[in-house]
Write a protein that binds this ligand. Structure first.
Ligand code: BEZ
Ligand code: FE
Length: 277
């Protein structure tokens, strides 16, 4: 049987992987070449379009620096980050679901006491409280909750020279009974950065850049899988169209008016033990 020259080319490139000493690299590269060649054939990719894609990826790399990761943004808005995250975090029933880390996490937030106010700006506050527990419901003491969010202007402290370093960030430790609590500014929905190649691509696709209001958490405790997640504000208009596809229904929380007149929410983080998978 006559093999189409375009498919013969694909087979020749894959054949070259036969010498690859790293089996996983061989597997990944084989699939990448197969899908890339299929994609090029499917859309009848034109030379100027391929060159355009190369220029776009070049600009994406050039937009990266120690504070900005344009490739993460691109991966996020293509849903790739969330897909990798979902496959890496197939949690047992009852464990808190994960969501994407995002590009604005900064190591080194200061430790804050339970009850601390993370904000250095006036504005409506929310009280966030709950417990950290295991799958059987037992409290996990001294779990570390690393928290971060944007200011009301939609910017994280690393994006905004007018905010103090680590503003609206903090590391809290759960108490002996697993409980934690802190006060912060009411989170707002905000646009992911649109001033670079990733944002231009989003616009070209006719999509909006908004993320629904959320709080970020990394919750860790010895003997448990680290949990990277976000808590999204119920009623936010962007819950169903998050620019980075990070929303899961079980991560949507409803702030309620509390006895002291302030808005608050209680959310329990349930960690899975290291050996659960
Ligand atoms: C964030 O929530 O911080 C975020 C996640 C993905 C892309 C941009 C921002
Ligand atoms: Fe965020």
């Amino acid at each position: 049987m006559q093999i189409n020259p375009e498919h013969r080319l694909t087979a020749a490139v894959i054949e070259q992987l036969g010498q690859c000493p790293d089996r996983r690299l061989q597997q990944i590269s084989g699939a990448l070449i197969r899908h890339l060649h299929d994609f090029i054939r499917e859309v009848e990719l034109q030379p100027e379009e391929w060159l355009g894609a190369i220029r776009f990826l070049t600009r994406t790399g050039q937009a990266c620096d120690d504070k900005r990761q344009e490739f993460v943004l691109l991966s996020d808005l293509l849903g790739a980050s969330m897909l990798v995250d979902q496959m890496a975090n197939r949690k047992p029933a009852g464990a808190t679901a994960s969501s994407v880390l995002g590009p604005f996490y900064v190591e080194g937030a200061p430790e804050r006491a339970n009850g601390a106010d993370l904000a250095a700006l006036p504005g409506p506050r929310v009280h966030v409280s709950g417990t950290v527990r295991d799958l059987a419901g037992a409290p996990i003491a001294s779990a570390l909750l690393d928290v971060w969010q944007t200011a009301p202007n939609g910017l994280y402290h690393v994006q905004d020279k007018d905010q103090p370093e680590h503003h609206l960030c903090g590391k809290l430790r759960s108490r002996a009974d697993g409980s934690y609590d802190f006060i912060t500014l009411e989170p707002v929905s905000y646009p992911i950065p649109t001033d670079g190649p990733a944002g231009q691509y989003l616009q070209a696709m006719g999509r909006h850049p908004y993320r629904p209001a959320h709080l970020h958490f990394i919750v860790t405790a010895p003997g448990y899988q680290p949990l990277v997640t976000q808590l999204f504000t119920a009623g936010d208009p962007y819950l169903d169209s998050d620019a980075v596809f990070g929303v899961k229904p079980e991560l949507v929380i409803e702030y309620q008016r509390q006895a002291d007149g302030n808005m608050g929410v209680a959310f329990d983080f349930v960690l899975e033990p290291v050996q659960a998978r």
